[in-house]
Design a protein. Structure first.
Ligand SMILES: Cc1cc2nc3c(=O)[nH]c(=O)nc-3n(C[C@H](O)[C@H](O)[C@H](O)COP(=O)(O)OP(=O)(O)OC[C@H]3O[C@@H](n4cnc5c(N)ncnc54)[C@H](O)[C@@H]3O)c2cc1C
Length: 421
């Protein structure tokens, strides 16, 4: 049996992969619902299901798309037909659309109408310095951080990708995200969001798949201790319930870094994090953005990105530690001001709102913290780690979480095959 602990996307991906590889699986989750940091819930104030926060995928997220495909949920994502990123500078009122061309040659950079107004080709080409960055470099070591291109493109992009104050973020990780998206042209960076909710796209189809394959799913099961002996996990302690492991049993811990480190004191893991704040507003009518876009980049306001889904408008502020300390009513007022300006709506009255503060949204993706990411294999032969904070080489994202689950599952299967020989 392979015991997977944690039913966020990393744990779900691991469990799905193990089933696909014919392994018996049990999945345990502390909460009463799956999804972890990528979840949906019914909100009374808004009278509808909302997500804890906007989650953007792009067409280059190959592991996430393969996961959805395996679950029959690939068509649950929506997005524009082309790779378009509309922006608004709230200070000047200027609007523009970043439109990468098809194919990997970045011809769009030569066409002023497709790039950020007022910027020059050279500023984009400087991104080659990100490609050559090593583990110690942060974004400010590689890019000019006091020009218009920084303010209107690199800063909102790096803040969103790394959920870290952009100058201090890891240049390597930012490049890893660009390499798998923008570097493939429009084919790699078409923006995608869940059509109805994160749960309906990324979580419920996985639970249905696991039910169909008779996987034991146990909610409300918080792992409290792990007994380790002779380089092996011997037992799992869930409080009311204890599980003794047999010779062929393996464990995948797919927990957030702080919880994994508390259970495994010898583990080195990222130990700093940043918040993400999301504000959701339910308008009286559905909202449409030009070109069928699902998001709008905002410069010079509180939020960096505004997303629309029917009559729901949701704004994201990443690296939002200071904002998260403000009362929700004050945050709602800031974010509604951005929304009203962006959509040309009257500033009053403010419609029903919900502010969601995720205090530990992701680990702080600085070079120092990235150096603390552990690999999936551990010094305990039957124990593997998964999670967006493990050493995936990618930022802490859905793509990274799913890839980490796949890697941990494959290692667990390989170990049992090696043992059987
Ligand atoms: C607001 C917000 C916005 C985001 N936006 C984006 C985005 O736009 N694009 C993107 O790609 N990514 C985004 N992310 C990141 C993405 O959500 C995460 O990378 C991903 O969900 C992490 O999954 P995980 O399985 O690694 O961890 P988690 O989701 O944290 O899963 C860990 C699970 O373990 C459970 N658990 C904890 N302790 C125990 C225990 N002791 N015993 C049993 N279970 C336990 C938890 O309840 C949880 O379900 C965002 C995250 C947030 C919070």
């Amino acid at each position: 049996m392979i015991h997977v602990v944690g039913a966020g996307l990393a744990g779900l991906a691991a469990a799905v992969r193990l089933v696909q590889r014919g392994q018996p699986v049990a999945l345990y989750e502390a909460a009463q619902q799956a999804g972890g940091r990528c979840r949906s819930f019914f909100d009374r104030a808004l009278g509808r299901v909302i997500d804890n926060g906007n989650h953007l995928l792009v067409s280059g997220n190959r592991s996430a798309l393969a996961y959805l495909d395996a679950l029959g949920a690939a068509d649950s994502l929506i997005g524009p037909r082309d790779a378009i990123f509309p922006f608004l500078d709230l200070a000047s009122g200027e609007r523009w659309v970043v439109r990468p061309n098809r194919g990997p040659l970045p011809i769009w950079l030569l066409l002023p109408g497709r790039r950020v107004p007022g910027t020059r080709l050279g500023g984009y080409l400087a991104s080659w310095r990100l490609a050559r960055a090593d583990d110690r470099h942060n974004v400010a070591d590689c890019l000019c951080t006091d020009d218009l291109l920084w303010r209107r493109f690199w800063s909102p992009l790096a803040t969103a990708v790394l959920n870290t104050p952009p100058k201090t973020g890891s240049a390597r990780l930012l490049w890893a995200a660009l390499r798998e998206s923008f570097a493939h042209g429009a084919a790699g960076c078409r923006p995608l969001i869940a059509r109805t909710s994160l749960a309906a796209s990324l979580v419920d189809p996985a639970l249905q798949f696991l039910h169909r394959h008779r996987v034991q799913l146990a909610f409300g099961q918080r792992l409290r201790a792990v007994r380790l002996e002779d380089r092996q996990v011997r037992s799992l302690d869930f409080g009311q319930r204890g599980i003794e492991l047999g010779a062929g049993d393996r464990v995948i811990l797919a927990l957030p870094p702080a919880q994994a480190a508390a259970l495994l004191p010898e583990l080195t893991a990222p130990d700093a994090s940043h918040s993400i704040v999301n504000g959701h507003f339910r308008l009286a009518h559905p909202v449409r953005l030009p070109g069928g876009s699902v998001l709008l980049g905002l410069v010079g306001g509180t939020a960096e990105w505004l997303f629309v889904r029917d009559e729901l408008v949701s704004l994201t502020v990443s690296a939002a530690d200071a904002l998260a300390d403000e009362p929700s009513e004050a945050i709602a007022a800031h974010l509604w001001a951005d929304t009203a300006a962006a959509l040309g709506l009257p500033a009053t009255p403010q419609p029903p709102a919900r502010i969601v503060k995720e205090r530990r949204a992701t680990f702080a993706q600085t070079p120092e913290q990235v150096a603390r990411r552990p690999p999936a294999a551990t010094r305990w032969a039957n124990l593997f780690l998964a999670g967006d904070w493990t050493a995936t080489g990618l930022p802490a994202t859905i793509e990274g979480a799913i890839r980490s689950g796949n890697v941990a599952a494959d290692l667990a299967v390989k170990q049992s095959e090696t043992k059987a020989r």
